[in-house]
Design a protein around this ligand. Structure first.
Ligand code: ATP
Length: 437
């Protein structure tokens, strides 16, 4: 069909050659096994939008795990099977492929006719969140490039609409409200009016309370991982979602300015090879939490699955974030030493410091980043063995001597080993023993 040829040339044009060839191989393997195979979901959506996306989700009408095993062997990749869900994933190089079995109907009595193949895929796609995510692309040789579009997803994609597949979609799975907002803002689409009505209804019925905090948190993390989360966060405010996620959060113009300042800051850090956050969502999350009341922070710490270190930082941001923020500002304005900065930074993570800097000048924050890097990389030239060789009896004062050495070397006062040794001798000769200071 002409449409199939058109899609094939779109694929050839937009996909990296390795992926295109991989798809042809996958199609032939599926032919050999006598099964129908499709790429589905975000990959197809982004292919049509011309957005790069290399997360491949395959759906198979047939035994997904068996096919995944064959494919993994063919690709010499690593296979992980989730028997319970009929899914598997394959990794080879830095490519990841998820393989799922199209969900089938359960029959009420043994003699029921088997479902026809096409409705297996339809059933699978019908369970999905939005029409634009419910498109499938067939990879079998004779149908290669055939777009399967049961729910007019392509039209919604062209018109920029996020639309659910059935009225109770948000009631069944309220995490989809956050997903709708995420896709709407990412692609500058709109949530289709009736769909928006369903979302508002589900919110008014407090459906979000029915979902586990873990699941809501996963979706919140995805929003905060977007290039620029601020518009989605504003949309969440508009829909009245914060009371369920971060109770007491007030979305003010100032908070919006802070949130919008973070992406350019992170970009500058990356461009200059300065320390970047390990995960960018954490910076946004800290910055939001900074604006919560004590009760709000307690709620977050109690309800969300967070690492202990992160919980501590959230409480600390609430208790002393402002004073640290002022100290940093004073440090930047003054001509203070690195050892002084090190003591201000004590116990803060880089992500939390960046959150404290949200809304401040990028240029100053880059200076801070350089200092942070210097502090991180610096180490005194002498170590414990050297102290021992100097005849100092091992004991708790080693740690203190090394700390003092580190401070002095940070501030550039000790250019070489000899200078460090002299510094240690001076410390030891001081009247007040270092370990009692
Ligand atoms: P992204 O570009 O953010 O990765 P994606 O569409 O690939 O977007 P995933 O969260 O990886 O998003 O989900 C993959 C697919 O699984 C989606 O395209 C959608 O079809 C389906 N899906 C994910 N979460 C849900 C959900 N809560 N309800 C229904 N379908 C979902």
């Amino acid at each position: 069909a002409p449409q199939q040829r058109q899609m094939t040339s779109l694929m050839r044009e937009r996909l990296p050659a390795v992926i295109f060839n991989l798809f042809e191989d996958i199609g032939r393997l599926a032919d050999d096994e006598g099964i129908q195979i499709y790429v589905v979901g975000g990959f197809v959506r982004d292919l049509l939008l011309g957005v790069s996306n290399l997360d491949i989700d395959l759906v198979i009408e047939g035994d997904g795990i068996r096919f995944a095993t064959t494919l993994a062997r063919f690709l010499k990749g690593r296979l992980r099977v989730h028997e319970k869900f009929g899914t598997a994933n394959i990794r080879f190089g830095d490519q990841k492929i998820d393989v799922a079995t199209a969900r089938r109907e359960f029959y009420q009595y043994p003699a029921a006719l088997p479902q026809v193949e096409a409705s297996d895929l339809r059933q699978d796609l019908y369970r999905r969140d939005f029409t634009v995510n419910a498109l499938a692309l067939c990879l079998n040789s004779d149908r290669f490039g055939e777009l399967v579009d049961f729910f007019m997803g392509r039209k919604d994609l062209e018109q920029g609409l996020i639309r659910v597949l059935y009225n109770l979609s948000f009631v069944e799975d309220p995490t989809r409200i956050l997903r709708a907002i995420r896709f709407e803002q990412r692609y500058r689409f709109s949530i289709e009016p009736q769909t928006l009505g369903f979302a508002r209804e589900a919110i008014a019925r407090h459906m979000i309370r029915e979902v586990s905090y873990e699941r809501m948190f996963d979706e919140l993390i995805l929003i905060l991982s977007e290039e620029n989360p601020a518009p989605a966060l504003r949309r969440m405010t508009e829909l009245g979602i914060w009371e369920y996620l971060l109770p007491g959060l007030e979305w003010t113009a100032w908070l919006e300015v802070e949130m919008a300042a973070i992406p350019p800051l992170l970009k500058s850090l990356a461009a200059q090879d300065l320390p970047s956050p390990k995960e960018r969502w954490i910076v946004f999350f800290f910055a939001l939490n900074r604006r919560l009341s004590a009760d709000g922070v307690r709620f977050v710490v109690e309800h969300y699955p967070l690492k202990a270190s992160m919980r501590e930082l959230l409480l600390r941001i609430h208790q002393s974030g402002s004073s640290t923020s002022q100290e940093l500002q004073a440090w930047l304005r003054g001509n203070c030493s690195l050892s002084n900065l090190e003591s201000i930074l004590q116990g803060w993570s880089w992500e939390s410091l960046l959150a404290l800097r949200a809304g401040y000048s990028v240029e100053e924050t880059l200076r801070l980043a350089e200092a942070w890097q210097t502090i991180r990389q610096s180490k005194p030239l002498l170590n414990g063995n050297d102290l021992k060789a100097m005849g100092i009896p091992p004991g708790p004062k080693y740690a203190q001597i090394l700390t003092r050495l580190r401070e002095a070397s940070l501030d550039g006062r000790l250019p070489d080993r000899e200078a460090e040794k002299a510094f240690v001798q001076k410390l030891l000769a001081q009247e007040v023993p270092v370990w009692q200071e």
